[in-house]
Design a protein around this ligand. Sequence first.
Ligand SMILES: [Zn+2]
Ligand SMILES: [Zn+2]
Length: 107
Amino acid sequence: MSTAVSDLLPLPLPEFHTLSQDQARGSTCVWDGVGLSPETAVDLGERSLRRVGGQTSWFPRACRRCALEQAMNALVAHSQECEQCVDDQNLCPEGLGLVRAVRAARR
Ligand SMILES: [Zn+2]
Ligand SMILES: [Zn+2]
């Protein structure tokens, strides 16, 4: 179950059709195209993609710098508009997911 935690990282990704083959395969960062190694890659979890003829899944990965930047931005944006997070972030699955994404990128 190595993907259990990263399955929950709710980060917005670039449009799939704008990505290179390497980015779509997860061998380079989905945001800036930097080459990834197992030590530097942050696994963003399985995403599904609608295509002609059905659905397919892909497994985007990112470098730590981009993942942290994206996670921080998403967390700030989310907490500014989420009443649940103002009230109690522990009760908001999306807020918790974003906090987890920041932690995963910092590891
Ligand atoms: Zn990157
Ligand atoms: Zn929230």
